[in-house]
Design a protein around this ligand. Structure first.
Ligand code: AHR
Length: 330
């Protein structure tokens, strides 16, 4: 009887060890290095912050898509600070999540922490914004927009509108946060596009940090310092919306006295465009969640993925905004 009981205990122990061994193999086979063996993928996501309507829509898309895809999401809001993002990524490495995804607040300074993730065997996906690391093996893929193209489309529209101008057209520019990929790239694309017409001149360019408050404050300074402003190019809708307040307070009519071009096409921006307060928007889609979750599953399974996946986007005039507004989801 005693011998039988001992045999049973040994058999149970052996099966426990066997199941544990298979599960551990399964984990390393997928290349995930994850913390749990419940079959669910765990994603650690570091978000830039909550600076704009675009960002809010992006966060919602990521949270909803993770739930729909059955991915266990750990989410951190970095409040527009790189040090917070680095801290969050280090926490995710410690927790041995399966995949890390993040939208880098600025382009530079990521190599050390990305190397730590790589050494821990945790794949990294960049989403929305990219990094300037020379070593492309530090991350699996980038999913997001072509920000240079957005700036270029904005600039090309302006060139067309002002082709008959016989004198200088004074442009002020509200940039996103310093060092961010969309701020650098939109500035570049816009600058290159307007260079074909020497009448088009950027007379002032300052960061408004992608926020309404920043847009309002910097536009007030622009208006005080420059008696003749013909055009505002704002790197996102929120800064443009903040600038509307400053322009109106200065006794000018937005969309008429000052031509306003922005990027994003979130609902409030589209409403301002349909109302004639903005003149043109280059779209930047925040709905990256579903594609991000697909990519997470693929990299976790060890599948090859394209190095760069760009979002399809369009542009809107005032008439097009009126048509598109009723169906706008964000
Ligand atoms: O990185 C995308 C940009 O970040 C959006 O254009 C802007 O609204 C956001 O804050």
């Amino acid at each position: 009887m005693r011998k039988l009981r001992t045999q049973r205990v040994i058999a149970v122990l052996a099966s426990v060890l066997l199941v544990g061994g298979v599960a551990a193999c399964g984990n390393s086979d997928t290349g995930g290095g994850g913390s749990k063996d419940d079959g669910k993928i765990t994603m650690g996501f570091s978000q830039v912050g909550a600076e704009s309507g675009w960002r809010t829509a992006n966060t919602t898309s990521i949270k909803e898509s993770a739930a729909a895809a059955g991915i266990d999401l750990k989410f951190d809001d970095a409040q527009q600070k790189q040090e917070n993002q680095i801290k969050a990524i280090r926490n995710y490495i410690q927790q041995k999540v399966d995949v890390i995804a993040f939208s880098p607040v600025v382009e530079s300074g990521w190599d050390t922490v990305l190397k730590e993730a790589k050494d821990a065997g945790i794949p990294v996906i960049l989403t929305d914004r990219s990094v300037d690391s020379a070593d492309k093996s530090l991350y699996k893929t980038f999913l997001g927009s072509d920000f240079v193209k957005e700036g270029r489309l904005a600039g090309e529209w302006l060139v067309e509108q002002k082709k008959g101008a016989t004198g200088p057209v004074n442009i002020v520019e509200l940039q996103g946060n310093t060092g961010a990929a969309p701020a650098n790239d939109r500035k570049k694309g816009f600058g290159e596009a307007i260079a074909v017409n020497p009448n088009l001149k950027i007379i002032a360019s300052q960061p408004g940090d992608f926020t309404r408050a920043g847009g309002k404050q910097v536009m007030e300074q622009f208006l005080k310092a420059n008696p003749k402003i013909d055009v505002l190019f704002a790197h996102n809708d929120d800064m443009g919306l903040g600038a509307l307040e400053a322009i109106t307070a200065a006794g000018k009519v937005p969309g008429k006295d000052i031509t306003i071009i922005t990027v994003d096409a979130v609902k409030d921006g589209m409403q301002a465009l349909a109302d004639g307060k903005f003149n043109f928007i280059a779209e930047c889609s925040p709905l990256l969640g579903p594609q991000l979750m697909d990519l997470a599953k693929k990299v976790h399974a060890g599948e090859e993925v394209p190095a760069r996946i760009e979002t399809e986007e369009t542009t809107f005039t005032q008439e097009q905004a009126k048509e598109a507004l009723p169906n706008r989801k964000y």
